[in-house]
Design a protein around this ligand. Structure first.
Ligand code: HEC
Length: 196
């Protein structure tokens, strides 16, 4: 075997270089000119659910985000997405409706590539594990109140849920803190662009 040592080394290095080129360099060369929508562009028109959030939790909303505006919407989405990553919600939830197994009947329209061509999906949150349902069509499936109750105590609305309770995003009177508002704004945004 020893005399093949050099061959294995060269083969290994070449395989690495080939992989690096095909999966690293090629995608960059192909995709670098495709424009990426910025958060500011996305947040230009706050969604109906975000406006409703400012009505449902007016005191908390005003304290944490002021008024409904493109700026406050961008702030909430940005924070919500960061918390979604930090709490590893993506560990249990995917954000991609696959074109198989009649997934569209359960979750909604099959996902398309351009939906993810924006800053909110850097890094992408497709996810692979599905302990809970896919969330990319979550917008409007439930009310803000439902989302809030669910975040505080999932079993209060889904009796057999194994989703953790995120009580630390609420004060001693069970009122939402800035983080809870942001998380609900974020999940209610997911798929809000889908009109089908
Ligand atoms: C341990 C796995 C797990 C984690 C972590 C988790 N979830 Fe869940 N989630 C579930 C399960 C299971 C369900 C389905 C039962 C239910 O509704 O509670 C669910 C349901 C949901 C739903 C309702 C979906 C629908 O329309 O029925 C939302 C919204 C949601 N999760 C958001 C989140 C967010 C936001 C986080 C992070 C802060 C999170 N989840 C973290 C397991 C998880």
């Amino acid at each position: 075997m020893e005399r093949f040592g050099a061959s294995f080394l060269i083969a290994g290095v070449l395989t690495f270089l080939l992989g690096f080129f095909l999966q690293g360099v090629m995608p960059i060369l192909t995709l670098r000119d495709v424009p990426i929508e910025t958060l500011e562009e996305i947040a230009k028109t706050p969604t109906a659910d975000f406006v409703q959030l400012s009505v449902d939790y007016s005191a908390e909303f005003e304290r944490d985000f002021g008024e409904v505006s493109p700026q406050s919407f961008a702030e909430a989405l940005d924070l919500g997405r960061d918390l979604y990553i930090a709490e590893a919600c993506w560990h249990c939830h995917s954000q991609f409706v696959r074109p198989i197994s009649n997934e569209d009947i359960r979750f909604g329209a099959v996902s398309t590539a351009e939906e993810y061509q924006n800053e909110m999906f850097l890094p992408h949150l497709f996810g692979t594990r599905r302990i809970g349902p896919d969330l990319i069509r979550e917008a409007g499936k439930h009310s803000n109140d439902w989302q809030m109750a669910h975040l505080y105590d999932p079993r209060s609305v889904a009796p057999y849920s194994i989703m953790p309770a995120y009580v630390w995003y609420f004060d001693d009177y069970q009122r939402p803190l800035r983080e809870a508002l942001a998380l609900v704004a974020y999940v209610q945004w997911l798929g809000s662009w889908e009109t089908k």
